[in-house]
Design a protein. Structure first.
Length: 96
């Protein structure tokens, strides 16, 4: 890559979006969770990013940590946002 134009070089610390993992922490019957899932499915689908869904009613530790904030979105295990998911902000977080 030494002779390659800077336009085509990836930043040394930039992670390929396909190597990321988005986690949606939600509960059944939550309309904000449903809205968040739509955004996550769209963005992750377009970028080829893996994502998973976790239900706070099935995991006591997640319930205790996040019950007041759901839906919560994690990227690679770090909290990205809660309540509302902004499509462009999520896309930037996965590609920058």
């Amino acid at each position: 890559m030494a002779g390659m134009s800077p336009l085509f070089r990836r930043k040394a610390d930039q992670v390929d979006p396909r190597e990321r993992l988005v986690t949606l922490i939600r509960k059944p019957g939550c309309h904000l969770c449903d809205d968040a899932q739509v955004v996550i499915e769209k963005v992750c689908g377009e970028l080829g990013v893996s994502w998973q869904r976790k239900d706070i009613t099935e995991d006591r530790a997640l319930h205790d940590q996040y019950w007041e904030q759901i839906p919560v979105v994690l990227i690679d295990g770090e909290q990205h946002t809660f309540w509302r998911v902004n499509e462009e902000r999520l896309r930037r977080a996965l590609t920058d």
